[in-house]
Design a protein around this ligand. Sequence first.
Ligand code: GDD
Length: 409
Amino acid sequence: KVVAVIMVGGPTKGTRFRPLSFNTPKPLFPLAGQPMVHHHISACKRIANLAEIFLIGFHEEREFALYVSSISMELNVPVRYLKEDRPHGSAGSLYYFRDVIMEDSPSHIFLLNCDVCCSFPLPDMLEAHKIYGGLGTMLVIKVSAESASQFGELVADPSTKELLHYTEKPETFVSDLINCGVYVFTPGIFTAIEDVSTHRQDRANLRRVSSFEALQSATRTHPTDFVRLDQDILSPLAGKKQLYTYETMDFWEQIKTPGMSLKCSGLYLHQFRFTSPHILASGDGTRSTTVVGDVYVHPSAKVHPTAKIGPDVSISANVRVGAGVRLINCIVLDDVEIKENAVVMNSIVGWKSSIGKWSRVQGDGDYNEKHGITILGEGVTVEDEVVVINCIVLQNKTLNVGVHEETIL
Ligand code: GDD
């Protein structure tokens, strides 16, 4: 048997995702019309002998309850949300729930960061891991040398694929091969985490003897059960024939900002074209609306036949799109109204927002820039004939004059 664990983090980690994380936890933010974590879960579903999927985080349980029960039913695989009382670090939180995770004595445990977007080649990773042996295999990818420093950089043996060296977000360049945040482990991972924790406990006890104050400062920075997978486990185990790498040649991105969520929504829409084309709206189907490229339209949305949408557009529940509207590369969230002849491009339109007639809401489409796309928070009103370019607009604002490159608080 195999189980999968998805690290969903918690609210303190979501600040860069504002204003989209005020009411919806980031893991449930829709990409290509499906909650972010849905893409991980449906990838897990392709693993043979998958017994259960756990989401571990410190978000409120009620925020996940509905999603977890509906996806369990839909995919016919048990999905459970396990809530930590506080963050324990990426490895510490896995260890914290070891008894629940090991209940059915799985032979392998997949571990996936929630804030990554890729094709999740999980069955291939498992197969490779069985050949390599050792404690675990991690998904890696080559990126540009300039961007590598935002991730864990690593060196792998070109023939055996063994992880030889690992440094988390180094200041000086190590390698353009980086950690994708997707792993498969044997249950031995729990012993490795326990060792780090016990070692820390011993050191803390030593300090207690020498100075009470030192203990206090040590536990303030790192409680002994706070263990990071990258620095505390991967770095020390590199070069010990314990860890191996599996390189993906497919797409991979990390999602820390709303801009990246727009980019990843497009990547998943494109993937649907190959994996589940029935989810996409098509130009020749029952809809008379002109559809260009990869587009998702929720069945409850009402799109006027004279509107033109796509490529890379995702339209959520109960959205109304008026006559002559043009939508390009955008995410339109639940209950939005877009009135006649408005244009929305390179933007995210928040829940219950309203865009007036002949208005333009757009961004340059530079995903890495703070103002590279336009983001409207929940309940924003853009009045008729107003132009909004490269702006971040917080919830419940009304815009009646044009704005450019501003954050509207
Ligand atoms: N449940 C829980 N509890 N989840 C956590 C905790 C915790 O205490 N801390 C982090 N996470 C989750 C985050 O939500 C995220 O999904 C994942 O664990 C990793 O988060 P971080 O530890 O903050 O690392 P990072 O995202 O900056 O970088 C990691 O991922 C990159 C790939 O996206 C590193 O492993 C990098 O090396 C890697 O390149």
